[in-house]
Design a protein around this ligand. Structure first.
Ligand SMILES: [Zn+2]
Length: 67
């Protein structure tokens, strides 16, 4: 049996050098950072469009002040 699978790739909208891969379309948005140009972008996996985002997403770090 061959496990052939269609893989979708979405290129970085800034430099188009890096790619994010997905198994299939889904109704989700994923934000990621390009490993080449270090810029941020968001992928809508429903329409498979990469959208440039300028601001860095906030890191969800544990609250250190909490004690
Ligand atoms: Zn890039």
């Amino acid at each position: 049996m061959e496990a052939t699978q269609t893989i979708i790739s979405v290129a970085c909208p800034w430099c188009e050098k890096s790619e994010i891969f997905a198994d299939k379309n889904a109704d989700i948005n994923v934000s990621c950072r390009c490993t080449w140009c270090k810029k941020y972008y968001k992928i809508d996996f429903k329409t498979l469009r990469a959208i440039k985002i300028r601001a860095a997403p906030r890191k969800s770090l544990p609250n250190k002040n909490e004690n």
